[in-house]
Design a protein around this ligand. Structure first.
Ligand code: ATP
Ligand code: MG
Ligand code: MG
Length: 402
């Protein structure tokens, strides 16, 4: 019998997807893959990493070790990432030998070094906070004179959850801030302080045919922990409460940023909105992202399903909201060990009793302070209703105006 459509024999795609990294993003990718019967294999050094129980195969090894990545690539139809801190030089070499990397190794190379990333987007006329490389105290003081204070000092590499950032409030703070980041040898640069009124994010998906789709603009709220020098994503609201023209501008900047990079997959674009209505790009992640977790419950196609569709070459799915409002709350470790688990479980207990709430627990082997242990997504018929539900999860009083 002649087949009218190309019906898959096993899964929706026969391509084995190899993912560098097996954290919570890899785990949620595996969950989406299971729905489509797509095989996902993982490379991660931690034996019981969050994705290990759900993937088709877990190779225990480092994604920044060349020989290991080469070995892993032999088992994959397409190679992708859930973290950008991987061995980009090896990916470039593998690509030349015909290995299919999505997004492209060039994208990973640019993104994993924040200074290169800024230079790249600046060359492509994407609006950014001003930035400058620093090598010693003298050049840092010079940057402080030019940009003023507070001054944001950032590590070029291996940054996440704000752990590579330090703020200097005045010139006297500079040596301490640089020391907190591990000194100049680590590779540092500075950014002019962005006086933002809101932080926004857009997930952009690009298919193998270069088709591009954007998710609705969301608002991200970060929690500051001065003692730990970090600024971690805590709450995401979808859609963002901003005027239509800001939505349009944010989406346009995000699309332009992704168009300047190569390869298929989803990309998360973190943005600052300033009081005078400017949109500045903060950074891009070449993979699913914390700001897109709520898409699992709130959009027709989750960011994880979309990423898989994109890298294996299936048509992209509908990114639009299927619920009027959603909010994602990160469950962060409040304490080490048992006391931390106890607090998280109390929160989860309340979430399980709240209508519209879905609990995600990443099953991380250890509880640590400020570590992302899970998240809760709450949906509802309006942002007011969603906020009231989140308050009841957090055990806070619900006021009349919610
Ligand atoms: P992520 O977990 O998103 O990868 P990261 O470690 O890469 O975080 P950044 O995104 O660079 O860190 O910064 C973390 C947060 O610090 C931002 O979301 C924002 O709140 C604040 N921030 C970063 N750069 C600036 C800036 N130039 N001016 C003001 N605030 C900033
Ligand atoms: Mg980052
Ligand atoms: Mg960030």
């Amino acid at each position: 019998m002649r087949r009218e459509v190309d019906v898959p024999v096993h899964g929706l795609s026969e391509t084995v997807v190899g993912v560098l990294g097996g954290g919570q993003l890899g785990r949620m990718m595996c969950q989406a893959a299971s729905q489509m019967a797509i095989k996902v294999i993982i490379l991660d050094p931690v034996e019981n990493c969050p994705a290990s129980a759900l993937c088709h195969y877990h190779m225990v090894g480092n994604y920044d070790d060349s020989a290991t990545v080469v070995e892993f690539a032999k088992r994959c139809g397409v190679l992708t990432v859930e973290i950008e801190h991987v061995d980009a030089a090896t990916l470039e070499k593998l690509e030349k030998q015909g290995v299919d990397c999505q997004p492209k190794a060039s994208t990973i190379r640019i993104i994993q070094d924040k200074l290169l990333q800024k230079e790249h987007f600046s060359r492509h006329d994407i609006p950014l906070p001003k930035f400058m490389q620093i090598n010693d105290l003298e050049s840092t003081k010079r940057a402080g004179d030019v940009f003023g204070y507070p001054l944001m000092i950032k590590s070029r590499r291996l940054a996440y959850d704000g752990r590579g950032n330090a703020v200097a409030r005045s010139e006297e703070d500079l040596p301490g801030a640089v020391k907190a980041l591990g000194g100049y040898d680590r590779g540092l640069y500075v950014e002019k302080w962005a006086p933002f009124v809101k932080e926004l994010a857009v997930i952009v998906a690009r298919g193998r045919d270069n088709s591009i789709l954007c998710y609705p603009v969301v608002e991200t709220i970060h929690r500051q922990d001065v003692s730990l020098w970090q600024n971690i994503c805590h709450i995401v609201k979808a859609p963002a409460n901003v005027p239509g023209k800001i939505m349009k501008l944010a989406t346009e900047v995000a699309c332009r940023a992704v168009s300047s990079l190569e390869g298929a997959g989803v990309f998360a674009i973190e943005l600052f909105l300033t009081a005078d209505g400017q949109i500045l790009l903060n950074e891009v992640a070449p993979r699913p992202h914390n700001s897109g977790h709520q898409t699992i419950e709130s959009c027709f196609t989750s960011q994880f399903e979309q990423h898989l569709r994109a890298v294996v070459g299936l048509p992209l799915g509908d990114p639009s909201l299927k619920t009027p409002a959603a909010m994602m709350y990160n469950i962060l470790g409040e304490d080490e060990g048992e006391p931390g688990f106890l607090m998280a479980h109390q929160l989860i207990g309340r979430a399980l009793r709240t209508p519209g709430a879905t609990v995600h627990w990443y099953d991380k082997p250890e509880m640590r302070k400020q570590r992302k242990m899970g998240h809760i997504t709450v949906v509802g018929h309006s942002m007011g209703a969603v906020e009231a539900r989140v308050r009841s999860v957090l055990n806070e009083e619900i006021t009349d105006d919610q």
